[in-house]
Design a protein around this ligand. Sequence first.
Ligand SMILES: [Zn+2]
Length: 106
Amino acid sequence: MTATWDEASACPADETPGKVMRRQPQQGGGQLVTLTCNQTRCPYHTDGWVVQVRPDNTIPDKIDPRTREKQFTPLQFNSMRREATLAALAEQARSEQRPGYEVPRV
Ligand SMILES: [Zn+2]
């Protein structure tokens, strides 16, 4: 199923036109557009929703933020980077405890 931009960019709750917050170009073309609702009392005012635009400019059905987690596979890269960061922080903490330690110049 596909939607038009007007359909996809309208708030899922009250169907007022959404405001584009972010456009994320996707690998291989297309983009993910994050929109929020202009109605301050609307649940989509803070959460927003994501519209996927395919490389050929067609738009599949809306991605609701509440189901979004299921559709995106977590990147292993993130946890690897977290471990590297923690290791660097631990190393830094050790270094700073040494007497006479100076911050290395890069
Ligand atoms: Zn709304």
